[in-house]
Design a protein around this ligand. Structure first.
Ligand code: GAR
Length: 218
């Protein structure tokens, strides 16, 4: 008797505006067999982004839309969702996508969307999270993966990972250490979705337990 066929890898599209290191981490995890997913497209609002350059070198389908070519945010979002729908994703991952997606845009998404954000949400949505953590004197900082809902960095939190803030930390040092835990956090979260441990379609997202980089690297 033949072994049961393994399920098709989860079809993941990525929205990214910048250097694309989270995209690379996801892709490398897929290539080394640690993540049962496939990257079906990379979509960017920035023509010269590292994310698009990486997709090009890795032969991942990719496209750029210039927000300046659209009269309104809603028009841009509608075109973006039309483009992403064409690659039939089952999950959209916003990995450094630095645009707010409008409510109508989110409603047009062809599948659930998640976002990675460099703070322990609900603390510090928005920009400059590392400097704000230092200014507040927080002892802990980290990253969160959440559902994309019509709120700035405010959808339902799925997973988080944290690090200690050290006495002499600068925003740059904190950013570097948070980024290092973003990769295993994002990979673990997408894996949990791919394996059905986080179910996004049933409206019953399960918040998985806190993840930290030691756990993730085991
Ligand atoms: C990451 O730190 C990500 O959490 C952040 O942008 C960076 C992208 O880095 N996202 C946000 O701030 C979203 N609000 P990358 O392009 O190297 O993956």
């Amino acid at each position: 008797m033949s072994a049961p066929a393994s399920p098709e890898p989860l079809r993941v599209a990525v929205f990214a505006s910048g250097r694309g290191s989270n995209l690379q981490a996801l892709h490398q995890a897929i290539l080394c067999g640690a993540l049962p997913a496939q990257l079906v497209g990379v979509f960017s609002d920035k023509a010269g982004s590292g994310a698009l350059a990486y997709a090009e070198t890795q032969r991942i389908a990719h496209s750029h839309l210039d927000p300046k070519s659209f009269a309104t945010r809603e028009d841009f979002d509608a075109a973006l969702m039309q483009n992403v729908a064409a690659v039939c994703p089952e999950l959209i991952v916003c990995a450094g996508f630095m645009r707010i997606i409008s409510e109508t845009g989110i409603a047009k998404a062809p599948c659930p969307m998640i976002n990675i954000h460099p703070s322990l949400l609900p603390k510090y949505p928005g920009l400059h999270t590392h400097a704000r953590v230092l200014a507040a004197g927080d002892a802990e900082h980290g990253a969160s993966v959440h559902r994309v809902e019509p709120l700035l960095d405010g959808g339902r939190i799925l997973t988080q990972a944290k690090i200690a803030v050290l006495p002499d930390d600068t925003p740059e040092q904190l950013a570097e250490r948070v980024l290092a835990i973003e990769y295993p956090l994002l990979i673990a979260t997408v894996r949990a979705i791919a394996e059905g441990r986080i179910r996004l379609n049933e409206g019953t997202d399960t918040r998985v337990s806190w993840l930290n980089h030691r756990l993730e690297l085991e």
